[in-house]
Design a protein around this ligand. Structure first.
Ligand code: NAD
Length: 297
C-alpha cells in the first residue's frame, strides 16, 4: 500500500509544538514577533503574506505587517529592513519574494540581520548550513525533513535525488540530505535544467524530491518501485474550474503513486509544512534573541 503523506497532519503537530514553545516564552515575558514586508501587488504574494500572519496569530506569535508601494524606490525597502533590524521587539523578518524588478533581491536578503532571517536565506545562514553549524534551516527543505521523519523514512545510507538547484529549495535540501546528522547521511544527487538523462538519475532514487516548477514532469517511468516521492511543485495549469486553473505538483500523482512506497500530495503535502516551519523558525529566533530556552525539537 502506498502511503499518502499527510502534510496537514504533520504541520498540525509542528504547530502544537510551536504553540507550547510560545507559552514557555510568554511565561518568561517574551512575545515572539514576526514582521512581514510586502512590496508587490501580486495577488498570490498578498495571499501568502496574509496566510503567514494568520498562522502566526493562531499559535500566539505577534505580527507586524509592513506594506510598501510596489513602485516606491528600492531604498524604501532597504530602509524598512534596516529599521526592522534595529527594532528590538521584532524577532523575525520575512520579505515576501519576488520583489519588483527595480529592487536588488540579493541585497534584500543580505540586508536582513542574519539572526532575524527566519527564512534562512541570508548568505551567512546558508554558509552555516553548508558548514554544519545551522542557525535556521530554510522552511521548505526543513519541512520535508520533518515530513520524512514523521513517516519513519530513514535517510541514512539512502540514495536521495533532488530535482532543482534553487537557493530556496533545491540547494538547501541537498545540503540537509548530505549532513552528518538526523535527516541526513544520504548519498545525494542534485539534478537541474542542464542534467543529461534526468530519468536515469531519478530512477536511482530511494528518496526523490521534485522541485523544478514544471507541472507533472515526473511520471512513473522516472521512479523506481518503492521510492519515497516528495512533490514540492506548485504549478497553476489551465482547468475547467471556477478560477480557470488548478494547482498541480511536479509529479504526475496518479501514475507515480502506483510505484512509490510513499508520496506527498499537492495540495496538502509540502505546502503546509513550509508554513509551519516559518513559525518554528520565528520561535527559534525569539528564543535565541531572548536567551530563553524552549523545548522545540
Ligand atoms: P526555481 O524556478 O527557482 O528553481 C527551479 C529549479 O528546477 C532550477 O534550479 C532548475 O534548474 C530546475 N529545473 C527547471 N526545469 C527543469 C527540468 N525540466 N529538469 C530538471 N530540472 C529543472 O523554483 P523554486 O523556487 O525552487 O520552486 C520550485 C517549485 O516548487 C515551484 O513550483 C514552486 O512554486 C514550488 N515551491 C513550493 C513550495 C511549497 O511550500 N510547496 C515552496 C517553494 C517553492
Amino acid at each position: 500500500m502506498t502511503e499518502i503523506i499527510d502534510g496537514n497532519a504533520v504541520a498540525e503537530s509542528v504547530r502544537a509544538d510551536v504553540s507550547e514553545a510560545v507559552d514557555e516564552l510568554e511565561a518568561a515575558g517574551v512575545t515572539p514577533r514576526l514582521a512581514t514586508v510586502l512590496m508587490s501587488t501580486d495577488p498570490a504574494s498578498e495571499t501568502y503574506v496574509s496566510m503567514k500572519q494568520r498562522d502566526c496569530e493562531e499559535v500566539g506569535i505577534a505580527t507586524e505587517d509592513v506594506e510598501l508601494d510596489s513602485e516606491a524606490p528600492a531604498e524604501d525597502l532597504y530602509d524598512t529592513i534596516d529599521e526592522l533590524n534595529d527594532d528590538d521587539a521584532v524577532d523575525g523578518i520575512l520579505v515576501q519574494m519576488p520583489v519588483p524588478d527595480h529592487v536588488d533581491d540579493g541585497r534584500v536578503l543580505r540586508s536582513i540581520d542574519p539572526v532575524k532571517d527566519v527564512d534562512g536565506l541570508h548568505p551567512e545562514n546558508i554558509g552555516r548550513l553548508v558548514a554544519g553549524e545551522t542557525r535556521y534551516k530554510p522552511c521548505t527543505p526543513h519541512g520535508i525533513q520533518k515530513l520524512l521523519a514523521a513517516v519513519d523514512v530513514d535517510t541514512e545510507g539512502k540514495d536521495a535525488v533532488v530535482i532543482g538547484r534553487s537557493r530556496l529549495v533545491g540547494k538547501p535540501m541537498a545540503n540537509l540530505f548530505v549532513q552528518k546528522a538526523g535527516g541526513g547521511n544520504a548519498t545525494t544527487t542534485v539534478c537541474h535544467s542542464r542534467t543529461a538523462d534526468l530519468a536515469e538519475k531519478t530512477r536511482g532514487a530511494d528518496i526523490l524530491v521534485a522541485a523544478a516548477g514544471v507541472p507533472e514532469m515526473v511520471d512513473a517511468s522516472m521512479v523506481s518501485d518503492g521510492a519515497v516521492v516528495v512533490d514540492v511543485g506548485i504549478n497553476q495549469v489551465e482547468a475547467d474550474t471556477e478560477k480557470g486553473y488548478e494547482l498541480v505538483g511536479d509529479v504526475d500523482f496518479e501514475s507515480v503513486r502506483e510505484k512509490a512506497s510513499a508520496i506527498t500530495p499537492v495540495p496538502g503535502g509540502v505546502g503546509p509544512m513550509t508554513r509551519a516551519m516559518l513559525l518554528y523558525n520565528t520561535v527559534g529566533a525569539a528564543s535565541r534573541r531572548s536567551g530563553v530556552d524552549v523545548s522545540l525539537s
